[in-house]
Design a protein around this ligand. Structure first.
Ligand code: TPP
Length: 351
């Protein structure tokens, strides 16, 4: 995890920016390569269930994971591989879950993107459609009752989720209770194949922020620096007691809803618009033009990441998968109401 270096209002040192930017870029790259590996394995018929990519959303996602601190709560969604890695999820957690290894955090017993490490604040997603807001709220309220006010909770959502009742209830509660909640919305123009024009009638989702008692922030989801600055500002606001924060970032989902969807409904004019820029490419070009790294460095990072992903996959492919006759059905839940999670602790979260 990165301690927030881009404090709001502060004059950002170019060096601090370069450091944060490069760290973020390398995490985005790892997420992209890992996602692509899962897509390839899926096409080979070796992954059960769906594969959901974060292509085009890595800048926003990585910003969310990076600006949080140890002890904070992070509720990622299905396109947040970059944020998960930035928050500290080991690459093996993702590979083991997708390949159904019993050594993974969900012991091969739960959906691919429903994995988590609740004890480390990385929540296992219930649904992509806003169900996690009230879970984060509950954790923040419990911490408040324990006098632990220094941490924040961040939940990621899509534009489609913003139309659900769960989100309305969660936002309303966070506003009334002035919780240190940050909601980061990837406004990627589609929910499955439903365009945003069929999702909401307001000009921008940010119009809703004041109605719920949130502070609203717009971000360019294709621009890593903007994402780092805006999410960082929202997190700092929440941390210093300014109540819930809503970040809405405009971007385009550069893939289908899942790998089963060819996204043929995304019109060429959208793909060619500013929102359709590939944030990873934009970040790479920025690094090169600012000379924050050489062409050789960029090439080496790419090779290293590919190697890391290939190694992880080939080692996990040799791991055991669950035996339905001997395995207990539970993934993370405990047998009794007492916390017996120690026995299932997946080990340290260092990457
Ligand atoms: C409560 C619930 N309803 C429906 C679904 C099925 N579903 C999963 S993702 C999705 C669309 C999500 O769109 P959006 O929130 O815009 O996120 P994106 O997929 O674009 O990242 C739907 C309808 C679900 N998982 N949970």
């Amino acid at each position: 995890m990165l301690q927030t270096v881009l404090s709001p209002g502060a004059v950002v040192e170019n060096r601090a920016l370069a450091e944060a930017y490069v760290q973020a870029y390398r995490t985005m790259l790892l997420a992209r390569v890992l996602d692509e590996k899962f897509a390839t394995i899926y096409r080979a018929g070796k992954i059960h269930g769906g594969v959901f990519l974060g292509r085009g959303q890595e800048a926003l996602s990585v910003a969310a994971g990076l600006v949080l601190r140890k002890g904070d709560i992070f509720a990622p969604c299905i396109r947040d591989q970059a944020g998960r890695l930035a928050f500290g999820e080991p690459i093996l957690d993702a590979v083991r879950t997708y390949l159904g290894s019993t050594l993974g955090p969900m012991r091969g017993r739960d959906g691919n993107i429903h994995r988590g490490r609740p004890k480390e604040g990385l929540l296992a997603m219930i649904s992509h459609l806003g169900a996690m807001i009230s879970v984060v709220n509950g954790m923040l309220l419990s911490r408040r009752m324990q006098g632990r006010e220094e941490t924040v909770g961040l939940a990621c959502l899509g534009d489609g989720a913003m139309s659900t009742g769960a989100v309305h209830e969660g936002f309303n509660q966070a506003g009334v209770e002035k919780l240190p909640l940050i909601v980061v919305v990837a406004d990627n123009q589609f929910a499955y194949s439903t365009p945003t024009s069929r999702q909401f009638a307001c000009e921008s989702l940010l119009d809703r922020a004041p109605a719920y008692g949130f502070t609203g922030h717009a971000a360019d989801g294709t621009d890593l620096e903007d994402c780092l600055r805006v999410v960082s500002c929202a997190v700092e606001n929440a941390r210093v007691g300014k109540g819930p924060q809503l970040v809405v970032a405009k971007l385009l989902r550069l893939c289908g809803h899942g790998e089963h969807d060819d996204a043929s409904y995304i019109a060429p004019h959208l793909r060619n618009s500013a929102a359709g820029r590939d944030c990873l490419k934009v970040a790479e070009e920025r690094i090169a033009s600012e000379q924050w790294a050489s062409v050789a460095d960029l090439e080496k990072w790419r090779k290293d990441v590919q190697q890391k992903v290939d190694d992880a996959v080939s080692s996990v492919q040799r791991e055991p998968t669950p035996d339905p006759f001997s395995e207990k059905w539970r993934a993370l839940a405990t047998e009794s109401l007492l916390d017996a999670a120690e026995a299932m602790d997946p080990g340290p979260m260092d990457i």
